[in-house]
Design a protein around this ligand. Structure first.
Ligand code: NAG
Ligand code: NAG
Ligand code: NAG
Ligand code: NAG
Ligand code: NAG
Ligand code: NAG
Length: 305
């Protein structure tokens, strides 16, 4: 009892220090890293209007300063060239596997998106003509909300127990998908993923990387998708087949995971692909993907020439 007070005090200080890592444009036109200051009534950093400036490298040594800057616009939490590798997990929720008539994989299913697919938490998702309606080929645009893991430390051949120690934190991502290019033109019976998912801007992520000190357990979080304000997916990361620790450990089997690498961990049930009467996304639709205690990305589909 005697000793517990200073400990409680210390842990309160840790909580207060925050660490919702954001990158943003401020009113002076410059770009900053920051620790988002949340409004009183939400944990969604997308609604933050100010942040404490962070100096140094959020993937290495950094300092959260007392300087507060206005947030003009949130950018992706890291620049694309610092991310380098965008790993994507397919088929990681049983009910989603069922709705798509796939079989439960014995090992995590991995594919990649290029850096150029990364997008901010608010900019439009460009849909180029090859992904729009064509004669006899319907534009089957779909949404997928996912928990995203951000790697902090180099990892090679690490165990599940060591895995979370290599993680900076978690954010939410949108695995934008065109089912026609993914499946129908993907070389059935086995689909390919990349042509259906890797186009420019098809991986919005953010709004903040929420540190593992705020989210010690990534397997208890609600995640959802809203299309034009209507909830389409609403599930929990508890339903993942392969949890975050195992994914990080498994992907490090023979491949070095580098600081800044991100892993999208798969989507739960509720996608258009699994519906009897899908309403495919089209020009102008607004898609919000959300993760509890992390926030939302809200992006509009935009047909481009
Ligand atoms: C939070 O409070 C602000 C005003 O302080 C209000 O505009 C906003 O709608 C509130 N948001 C929620 C989610 O309650
Ligand atoms: C599996 O999907 C079918 C539709 O394809 C649905 O009727 C059934 O309820 C689903 N089962 C589970 C366990 O989600
Ligand atoms: C899954 O199988 C059911 C029953 O055969 C079918 O109606 C449905 O369209 C299939 N869904 C997908 C995504 O292939
Ligand atoms: C694309 O074609 C489908 C099927 O004919 C139609 O429902 C949809 O409205 C078309 N979308 C656009 C943007 O024309
Ligand atoms: C991977 O780690 C295990 C111990 O966890 C070790 O036995 C094995 O030699 C390591 N493999 C490589 C390629 O480093
Ligand atoms: C998801 O479901 C939970 C529990 O039913 C509910 O409280 C929450 O509001 C739902 N979220 C969305 C975005 O619809």
């Amino acid at each position: 009892m005697f000793l517990s007070r200073p400990l409680v005090f210390a842990s309160l200080l840790l909580v207060v220090s925050g660490q919702r890592f954001v990158r943003f444009l401020s009113t002076d036109g410059k770009e900053y890293y920051g620790d988002a200051i949340l409004p009183h009534n939400t944990t969604d950093a997308a609604h933050s209007t100010t942040a404490n400036v962070i100096t140094g490298d959020i993937l290495g040594d950094f300092t959260i300063t007392k300087e507060v800057k206005k947030i003009e616009k949130l950018l992706a939490p890291l620049p694309s060239e610092r991310v380098r590798t965008v790993r994507m997990v397919g088929l990681n929720y049983v009910a989603h596997i069922n709705e798509t008539n796939a079989t439960i994989p014995g090992w995590p299913i991995l594919f990649y998106k290029p850096w150029t697919s990364l997008n901010t938490p608010s900019d439009p998702i460009p849909i180029s003509p090859g992904y729009q309606n064509q004669t006899d080929f319907v534009s089957t645009m779909d949404y997928e909300t996912e928990l995203v893991v951000v790697i902090k430390k180099k990892a090679f051949n690490i165990t599940d127990e060591e895995a979370l120690d290599h993680v900076l934190g978690y954010t939410v991502g949108h695995d934008v998908s065109h089912r026609g290019w993914q499946i129908d033109r993907g070389g059935l019976p086995q689909p390919q993923f990349s042509m259906g998912k890797g186009a420019d801007g098809w991986a919005p992520w953010g709004p903040a990387i929420v540190s593992t000190s705020i989210i010690p357990d990534p397997q208890v979080l609600n995640l959802w998708t809203k299309v034009n304000g209507v909830t389409m997916q609403n599930d929990t990361t508890a339903n993942m087949i392969f949890g975050v620790a195992h994914l990080v450990s498994f992907f490090s089997m023979g491949t070095t995971l580098l600081p800044g690498d991100v892993i999208f961990t798969g989507t739960p049930k509720g996608v258009n692909l699994g519906k009897v009467d899908p309403v495919w996304l089209t020009n102008g639709d607004v898609v919000e993907v959300g993760l509890e205690n992390v926030g939302t990305c809200t992006n509009q589909l935009k047909y481009v020439p």
